[in-house]
Ligand binder design. Structure first.
Ligand code: LMR
Length: 333
């Protein structure tokens, strides 16, 4: 054996040892998100951990980091790209920074008449094609997790479009949400989810939108005197993984992980509606905030104010996806 062969042989032994050690170590999956454990997404992440660890016989260990303990909104996707975390479930309103703005079409106002209509789009060709767009960004789009319809709040009742005039409203990042709040005369401001409570408390912003489970678990209802159960837009998440990591999982483990994804997705989606209904009941019971429902005439006024949003959204997210969604919703502009 010459010197070069000897070095190669030593290297091979070292590599073999490393592979063996790797085989005995569990594969760690860091799963970061920004909501509490006690929400549809939080519970879905814990269910995924339970199932992934069970189905792989402990070969995979999932570490869930809830409530922005590891990363805030914008940092999450960077962390996924760099491999600091392996899985996330960000709101589809947060993908513009990595160049997949089309997701924001799902934020178009009144685009889903009810839960079933949302589900049809998410699980149908539109939802599937949006997830596929992530592939070119090194991200595996695994599933959609539901969190129901948005409410909107301030320290005054928000019943007619004019009530929004001049209010600073926190949004999570979507240019479509930016458009529909501007259509009402409000001043939307992007802010990380973990900063919203304090911003509402100190008056940095006047109001926000979110689902009942997020209002309840982040205590927004403590610092907003009036909440309108408006269902003007929908909140959904894309469950995603670092593609290099996900596609590099050993075959048999990947099969079990896909199974865990499917079952955790079904679980999270099956509880979302009830979790939000329960959260709304608790907000009401707490009595710190007055809940409002819109009359049919008020809904009509909101829809009229939102009319220009669909056309304007074409420039922000693309005409094709807007047309597809309007077609699915039967909305004519
Ligand atoms: C928000 O920032 O309002 C939401 O995306 C939070 C979440 O993940 O539900």
């Amino acid at each position: 054996m010459n010197r070069r062969d000897a070095i190669t042989a030593v290297g091979a032994v070292a590599l073999g040892g490393a592979q063996q050690a790797f085989a005995q170590q569990p594969i760690i999956v860091k799963f970061s998100h920004v909501v509490t454990n006690d929400t549809p997404k939080g519970k879905g992440a814990l269910k995924f951990k339970e199932l992934a660890e069970k189905y792989t016989g402990g070969k995979v260990k999932v570490e869930v980091y809830p409530n922005s303990t590891l990363y805030k909104d914008k940092e999450e996707l960077d962390a996924l790209n760099s491999g600091s975390v392996q899985m996330l479930a960000p709101s589809t309103a947060k993908f513009r920074p990595i160049g997949v703005a089309e997701f924001e079409a799902l934020d178009l106002p009144y685009i889903f008449a009810n839960d079933a209509e949302y589900e049809k789009v998410a699980t149908g060709p539109i939802g599937t094609s949006l997830l596929k767009k992530l592939e070119t960004k090194g991200i595996a789009g695994l599933a959609y997790w539901d969190n129901g319809f948005h409410m909107v709040s301030a320290n005054k009742p928000l019943l007619m479009p004019a009530d929004f005039q001049g209010l600073k409203i926190r949004i999570s990042g979507s240019k479509v949400a930016d458009l529909y709040f501007r259509a009402m005369g409000a001043l939307p401001q992007i802010m990380a989810f973990s900063e919203v409570y304090q911003a509402l408390q100190t008056g940095v912003v006047d109001g926000c939108e979110n689902t009942p489970s997020n209002y309840y678990t982040q205590k927004f209802y403590e610092v907003q005197k009036h909440i309108t159960v408006s269902s003007h837009a929908h909140l959904q998440y894309a469950l995603i993984a670092n593609a290099k990591f996900w596609n590099g999982l050993p075959g048999p483990i990947r099969v079990q992980m896909d199974k865990a994804v499917k079952e955790a997705t079904d679980y999270s989606n099956s509880i979302a509606r009830q979790e939000n209904a329960d959260a709304l009941a608790k907000i009401k019971e707490a009595g710190k905030s007055t809940l409002h429902t819109l009359t049919p005439a008020q809904v009509t006024a909101w829809k009229t104010a939102f009319k220009p949003v669909y056309k304007d959204a074409e420039n922000r997210v693309g005409k094709q996806i807007v047309d597809q969604l309007l077609g699915a919703a039967g909305i004519k502009v």
